[in-house]
Design a binder for this molecule. Structure first.
Ligand code: PHE
Length: 454
């Protein structure tokens, strides 16, 4: 595998194209919808701090590792892990990482499309001006009515799945690349404008800042630490092969480390800005920080209802969130589609349709978990809550941990070093993180967060 390699699915046209696509996969509902609501539920700043530490010490080195595994193998995750294991004279069972990743991607997309559907629905609600002059309680009641209506959620879930499948079916260059080019800058611009607007109410803004950045460690529990770690994996889309598949389309001479740092920085800035957009509205209106998955849909329309050009801003905001979700959703199914094409000779379109239908059907359970099946709970979580918990906080960290262990202990140091393109010191640092710190950290947080070890 040392000659020039290229994936059969094609290649990104440039480094910039890879950065845009990978940032598009990373930045999504995780940053704008999930980060604020789990920060609210888990007590704020201390949670944010743990999240940032996990990003730095675990998720960043694992992201580099995952891109490296993809580019080294030039194959989809399952066959890629098999080939790399063969190269390192290791067991074929390492391809389990690929299988688990495919399963994670399936399960995540099944509920992610439901929430993407909410964002799509809110484009029309905000754009029609229906929030103008609406009170905070009315806006909240509107969301509750929406979530309680299975038909509406089903419709929007279906639209979200169709949008996702259309892009995936068109393939790497035609489909995946185009979507991200203009979306990221526009998203950043809108967030900056909204943060600026919030600064107009200094008191609430200050409250939001201290909620997000003045830690109170007494509010941390082992479970919230686990959720912070899981979110570091979720927000970067790592641990399930999506980034590995994207890495397999990455041109040869691009620095993996530098590219990773750019993506992590962009992803983190966008999440923190989303917090500074949501929390001031929460405090200014005396709302509940722990409102759960509906948080952004119950808070932001309040700001849009009050601000000048609110209707336009609101519509634009939800359009951009939908697009951010869209460019993430396509990455979740890419490993499985690429696998069916490589291994079973499916056409891309057939593979996409088949897998899409299965994922859509699993998504129905998430749709219903907000209404008809809301009482159907296990460990105090609905189907949606359980799926999110198991995938983000268990499957992704485990997948990432195994990738790190594989790269650090099974692959030959000269090949990882060559592929990562690092100097002596930074390579030693990567090894320390990938071989010890990240895997041990994942293991400890998993055991304590799941209550298996005190
Ligand atoms: N990172 C994406 C987000 O923040 C979610 C995602 C998870 C995408 C796993 C792909 C794989 O929304």
């Amino acid at each position: 595998m040392h000659e020039r390699r290229e994936s059969i699915h094609g290649q990104w046209s440039s480094r910039m194209a890879f950065i845009l696509a990978a940032t598009g996969a990373a930045v999504g509902l995780g940053n704008i919808w999930k980060f604020p609501y789990i920060t609210g539920e888990n007590g704020g700043a201390a949670f944010v701090l743990v999240y940032l530490l996990c990003l730095l010490l675990m998720a960043t080195p694992i992201m580099m590792t995952e891109i490296m595994l993809g580019r080294r193998s030039r194959r989809s995750p399952i066959l890629g892990m098999q080939a790399l294991a063969r190269e390192g004279n290791a067991s074929r069972h390492w391809s389990l990482i690929g299988w688990m990743g495919v399963a994670s991607g399936f399960l995540i997309l099944s509920y992610y499309a439901v929430i993407m559907g909410w964002a799509l629905a809110y484009v029309f609600r905000a754009g029609s001006g229906m929030f103008e002059g609406m009170s905070a309680p009315a806006i909240r009641a509107h969301f509750e009515g929406f979530a309680a209506d299975p038909e509406k959620l089903l419709l929007w879930h279906t639209v979200a799945m169709l949008l996702t499948l259309t892009v995936v079916a068109r393939g790497v260059r035609g489909g995946l690349e185009g979507a991200t080019r203009w979306m990221m800058p526009l998203l950043a611009l809108i967030l900056v404008a909204l943060v600026g607007y919030n600064m107009g109410s200094p008191e609430a803004f200050y409250q939001a800042l201290s909620f997000m950045f003045t830690p109170d460690f007494s509010r941390l529990t082992p479970q919230s630490v686990l959720i912070a770690m899981g979110h570091a994996f979720f927000t970067l889309s790592i641990g399930m092969g999506a980034i590995m598949a994207y890495g397999s389309y990455m041109p040869e001479r691009v620095s993996i480390a530098r590219t990773t740092l750019i993506i992590v920085a962009a992803d983190t800035v966008i999440a923190l800005m989303a917090g500074l957009v949501i929390f001031p509205v929460v405090f200014a209106n005396g709302l509940e920080v722990g409102a759960g998955p509906g948080l952004i849909f119950q808070t932001l329309p309040i700001a849009f209802a009050q601000m000048p050009w609110g209707t336009m801003f609101g519509a634009l905001f939800f359009i951009v969130v939908s697009i951010a979700a869209w460019t993430s959703a396509i990455s979740m199914i890419e490993p499985a589609v690429a696998h069916l094409v490589e291994q079973r000779g499916f056409t891309r379109v057939r593979a996409t349709l088949l897998l899409g239908a299965i994922i859509w059907a699993i998504g129905l359970l998430s749709v219903l978990s907000f209404n008809l099946l809301a009482d159907w709970t296990l460990f105090g979580k609905t189907f949606f809550g359980l799926l999110d918990f198991v995938t983000s906080n268990i499957m992704l960290p485990l997948g990432g941990m195994l990738m790190a262990l594989f790269a650090a202990w099974v692959m030959r140091a000269d090949s990882t070093r060559q592929e990562l393109g690092l100097g002596r010191v930074s390579f030693a640092l990567w090894r320390l993180l990938a071989a010890f710190i990240a895997p041990v950290g994942v293991l400890l947080m998993l055991l304590s967060g799941l209550g298996l070890w005190q």
